[in-house]
Design a protein around this ligand. Structure first.
Ligand SMILES: Nc1ncnc2c1ncn2[C@@H]1O[C@H](CCC(=O)c2cccc(C(=O)O)c2)[C@@H](O)[C@H]1O
Ligand SMILES: [Zn+2]
Length: 372
C-alpha cells in the first residue's frame, strides 16, 4: 500500500511569482495537474452501471420510451439530475432504470459506459450492477448476463479497459431482492465470468445491514468479495454493521465514519479501504460542502482511500474531476495523485499480473511527466 504523498512532503524552492506550481515534482500549476490527471492510467472501484449512463445514452433511451418522465433533451437532463435529498436521487435513479427494458438496452449501456471509462484512461473498473432491478422489470436473466458479458469482452478488446462486476442488493427492495441477487450471483448456470464482488446499495435509513448477513455469507462462500455501501446517509454504526455482519472487505463511501474515532482506528489498523466518492456525497446531500468532506480526516487517520465517481453523469462529474477534487482537498502534487491511483489498483480484485501491469503504467507515466 502506498502512502499518500502530500505536496508538503516534498522539498521545494520558495514559490515564485504567482505561486504557480512548476513541473518537476515541486509546485504544480493546477492546470498542469488537471492535464496530468487526464492522462494518468486509473482504476475505478465504485461506479454504478445505470448511474453511469451518459446524458446522450439516457436521452436516446428516453426517446425510445415516450411514456417515461425522463427528459429526452440532454440539456434538460442537467436539471433533472439535480436532487433535493437522497430519496429524490433514488427516485430519479429508478426512473432511469425503467428505461433499460431490453437486453440490447443493457448491452448498449454497458458498452458506452466502458467507452466513457476508457476516455478517462480507466484501465480497470469494478462496475456495480443491480440485476434484480432489471430482472424484476422483465428482462430475461440469461439474456441480461449475456448482454453484460458481451459488452465486457468487447470493451476489453476494443478499448483495453478491463471490467469486472459487483452485483448489489437494492436493500430497500427487501429480502426478496437479496435472495434473487445472491441466486443470480452464485448459480453456476447464470453467474457471469466477470463477477468478483457482492454489494448492498440504495437507501440506508430504515434498511439495517444485519438482515443481509445470510446472503453475504452465501456470496462470500461462493468466492465473492463483500463491498457493501455503508455510512453514506447514516452514521458509523452502519459501517460497523457492514464490517461485523457483512464482513466488508471494502466499504462503499463510509462517509460518516469520521464521527467515531474508534472506527477510524479500526479501518486504518485492519487496512479496510473506503471507496470515497466526494461529489456524490455533495449531490445527494450526504455532506454539505466539499470543504467539509471527511476525506482529509480519513487520510490523516491512515485509512486507505480510493477515489471514485459513483454515478458520474447524475452528479455532473467524472473520475478525472474526482481526482482533481481529492488533489485539492488533500493538497496533492503529481506523486500524491499517482499514489491515490495506485491505492485503487492495490485494493482492487484484479489478478496480480493485471495489478502489476497497471501499476507499471502509472509509474512510467508519472516518471515521464516529472522528467526535467
Ligand atoms: N450513492 C449510492 N448509494 C446507494 N445506492 C446507489 C448509489 N448510487 C447508485 N445506487 C444504486 O441505486 C439503486 C437503488 C435501488 C433501490 O433503492 C430500489 C429500491 C426499491 C426497489 C428497487 C427496484 O429495483 O425495484 C430499487 C441500487 O441499484 C444502487 O446500486
Ligand atoms: Zn454507490
Amino acid at each position: 500500500m502506498t502512502t499518500i504523498h502530500r505536496s508538503a512532503d516534498h522539498p521545494r524552492p520558495s514559490p515564485q511569482g504567482t505561486g504557480r506550481r512548476s513541473r518537476g515534482g515541486t509546485l504544480t500549476d493546477h492546470r498542469d495537474l488537471h492535464a496530468f490527471i487526464a492522462g494518468l492510467p486509473k482504476a475505478e472501484l465504485h461506479v454504478h452501471h445505470v448511474g453511469s449512463a451518459s446524458p446522450r445514452i439516457v436521452s436516446e433511451l428516453a426517446a425510445r420510451h415516450p411514456d417515461s418522465k425522463v427528459p429526452t433533451d440532454p440539456e434538460a437532463l442537467v436539471d433533472y439530475f439535480t436532487f433535493t435529498d437522497f430519496a429524490h436521487f433514488i427516485d430519479v435513479y429508478l426512473s432511469v432504470v425503467d428505461l433499460i427494458r431490453t437486453p440490447e438496452d443493457v448491452r448498449l449501456l454497458t458498452y458506452e459506459v466502458a467507452r466513457d471509462l476508457a476516455r478517462q484512461q480507466v484501465r480497470y473498473a469494478e462496475l456495480t450492477i443491480t440485476p434484480f432491478s432489471s430482472t424484476r422489470r422483465g428482462i430475461d436473466e440469461r439474456a441480461f448476463m449475456d448482454a453484460i458479458e458481451d459488452a465486457r469482452k468487447a470493451a476489453e478488446a476494443e478499448f483495453g479497459t478491463v471490467l469486472r462486476w459487483c452485483f448489489d442488493i437494492p436493500g430497500e427492495a427487501g429480502l426478496e431482492s437479496a435472495e434473487e441477487t445472491v441466486r443470480l450471483a452464485t448459480d453456476d448456470r447464470l453467474r457471469p465470468e466477470g463477477l468478483v464482488s457482492f454489494g448492498l446499495g440504495g437507501p440506508e435509513i430504515g434498511v439495517p445491514r444485519p438482515q443481509f448477513k445470510p446472503y453475504f455469507d452465501r456470496a462470500i462462500a461462493a468466492g465473492l468479495h463483500s463491498v457493501p455501501h455503508a455510512g453514506e446517509t447514516t452514521g458509523p454504526e452502519t459501517v460497523w454493521d457492514a464490517l461485523t455482519h457483512l464482513r466488508a472487505e471494502r466499504v462503499g463511501h463510509g462517509t460518516h465514519s469520521f464521527q467515531d474515532p474508534k472506527l477510524l482506528a479500526h479501518l486504518a489498523e485492519h487496512r479496510i479501504p473506503l471507496e470515497v466518492c466526494p461529489t456524490s456525497n455533495i449531490a445527494t446531500r450526504a455532506v454539505r460542502t466539499l470543504d467539509e468532506h471527511p476525506l482529509k480526516e480519513f487520510v490523516e487517520a491512515g485509512i486507505v482511500v480510493t477515489i471514485n465517481s459513483d454515478d458520474p453523469p447524475m452528479f455532473g462529474t467524472d473520475l478525472d474531476n474526482e481526482y482533481a477534487v481529492a488533489a485539492r482537498l488533500l493538497d496533492l502534487d503529481e506523486r500524491g495523485v499517482a499514489s491515490l491511483a495506485k491505492n485503487a489498483v492495490d485494493v482492487s480484485f484484479l489478478d496480480e499480473p493485471g495489478k502489476a501491469r497497471i501499476r507499471g503504467e502509472i509509474d512510467a507515466y508519472t516518471s515521464a511527466w516529472l522528467a526535467p
